[in-house]
Write a new protein. Structure first.
Lengths: 328, 328
DNA sequence: ATGAAAGCGCTAACAA
DNA sequence: TTGTTAGCGCTTTCAT
């Protein structure tokens, strides 16, 4: 691989001149500049970012830690980050922890070794203290799966408000108190969604005894199993709030397999608004997460920190939006 | 950020000793090793990979270029790569070109600047020559969207064979010659899938005049529009091969919106077997891509090249598998 | 068993 | 306008 040294020798100039020419800073006589560019071209020169990073600090890479690359919501958000980061010259280093806390620790370590300029992560409870220690060295922003009570900058859809929207709609549309397919206990976004559901019941005078929950686990399969359980014990059930779209799709399937119809027999409301929800039948009524806005906000917050500016707010909750379709 | 120099000073030893100790190579007296580790711990030392890479060449990062991060199939494959690469200490640098050839060029450039140890990419026609020039500098493997006629190592499901499977099934199950929703003209995997469809028709004595194709574009929306067109001109249509699952889902929706039923009125077969296909209604009969196998094979081929071994085969075609479900 | 020093590719003073 | 030089953090001879 050709280096600036090679170019310098071949062009008969010093390395500094080459550097100046290629980076277009400092004075360089047009002739020499042309010559240098020509030689660089001939040699197929490609600058080495590692070396550059060593001297001026910035690697121009952003680390992203996701619990599951194969999740439509996460990747949709990451795409938003990518689209916002790319024009600024940042590259994304995406690593998937598969929800494994130990892997997560290692990944966070690797990100530091790579000296990423900023870190965006979907947290898990096991990461909380780790994040606390890292944030003093690297700008961080936590997305979607928040760390409750932490003062790390965090951005997310308002899980609670979204859940209220969903539950309120179901209560209005159903004869009986709706049930809920909850997210995994260990995922923080599960909690405000559950709380929203419970509070909506309370708001119309229903007691927690009227609440019925089953684990949906944020997956197709979990939703399927949870719904199947709900159906097995059918105490007048005609509405279900699935904590995310994946589990909603699983639930839809379970309803059908059990011989019922959605929305006629049972109505469903999901959460996230992943693309598939528009095309399936019945199309899914759901709470839309502002994915692009989240991605942009994340990058914005990170930029602020990287520029040394104080972060204005450290918890941004973007409102979810109710999207009505066929399932409720 | 603490450096080995800091550790050396504080531990009262030379930097070389620190390096040896931390990397556990060369002789280091147990006492000094302990001391060094302790100091490193105190200082919260995290090695700088850039610096390490500068001296020993390897960055331990693999670059991945995808045309769309938000595509279930691609990310499923990338996840497979991730799972195979992670244990070997490699980090993935994932960049999304959004199918834009110009972005693609720049990304490939960036990957080189970052000195990734290997490159995995889903090609587009515009990349072909670029890839040719890069492959002499960086180990490369092309996935799924192949470069026809190139001798770059490539891995993919056998698009043609899979398409034959799909079309043969439809021909068997339908009264009339099936139609096809094709992929984008510019995406190479579209071609063998189309060819398979045409050849299947031919194999049962149907002429190309019996073939009916409409652009499905590999997207939900494209599938929806394409199917709508097919339906508008309804010459006894009762079977459709959608070139991928996304367009199949779009088509399913179009069928329903037009007042028809799948599979009763029209049967559908997709391609890819993304996770959603199992849960929607009707569940989708499709051709399964061996995604994990593709990911593993990709990493294997890359490893071979990185180790300087000659690549045994430069085109691996993995068979697609017919998965029968409700749609046909 | 350990330290001194060279050098990886590049940028940024500092001179000239 | 250009060249020389000193690092950036680390690994690796080569001495000791």
């Amino acid at each position: 691989m050709a280096t600036i040294k090679d170019i310098a020798r071949r062009a008969g100039v010093g390395v500094a001149t080459v550097s100046r020419a290629l980076n277009r800073n400092g004075y360089v006589k047009p002739d020499t500049l042309a010559k240098i560019e020509q030689v660089a071209e001939e040699l197929g020169y490609v600058p080495n970012r590692q070396a550059r990073a060593m001297v001026n600090g910035a690697t121009m890479t952003l680390g992203i830690l996701i619990p599951d690359m194969d999740n439509a919501l996460f990747m949709r958000i990451v795409r938003g980050i990518n689209d916002a980061a790319y024009p600024k010259g940042y590259s994304l280093l995406v690593m998937d922890s598969r929800g494994n806390p130990e892997w997560e620790r290692q990944i966070l370590r690797t990100m530091q070794e790579l000296r990423v300029d900023g870190l965006i992560l979907f947290a898990t409870p096991g990461t909380a203290e780790l994040v606390r220690s890292i944030r003093h060295r690297i700008p961080i922003v936590v997305l979607d799966r928040l760390i409750p009570g932490s003062d790390v900058p965090q951005i997310s859809v308002d899980h609670y408000q979204g859940a209220r929207l969903a539950a309120d709609l179901l209560i209005r549309q159903c004869k009986y108190p709706p049930a809920m397919l909850t997210g995994p206990e260990l995922v923080t976004s599960s909690h405000p969604r559950l709380q929203g559901y419970l509070d909506s019941l309370k708001a119309v005078g229903l007691s927690t005894k009227d609440a019925r929950t089953e684990l949906g686990g944020f997956t197709y399969e979990g939703g399927y199993h949870g719904m199947t359980k709900l159906l097995a014990d059918r105490r007048s059930l005609d509405g279900v709030f699935a904590a995310n779209d994946l589990s909603a799709l699983g639930a839809l399937r379970a309803i059908r397999d059990a011989g019922y119809q959605c929305p006629d027999d049972i109505k469903i409301v999901g959460f996230d608004d992943i693309e598939a929800t528009r095309y399936i039948y019945p199309s899914l009524t759901t709470i839309r997460q502002p994915m692009d806005a989240i991605g942009q906000a994340a990058l914005h917050m990170l930029s602020q920190q990287m520029d040394g500016e104080p972060v204005t707010e450290n918890l941004i909750l973007l409102p979810g939006e109710l999207i009505r379709r066929e399932s409720c």
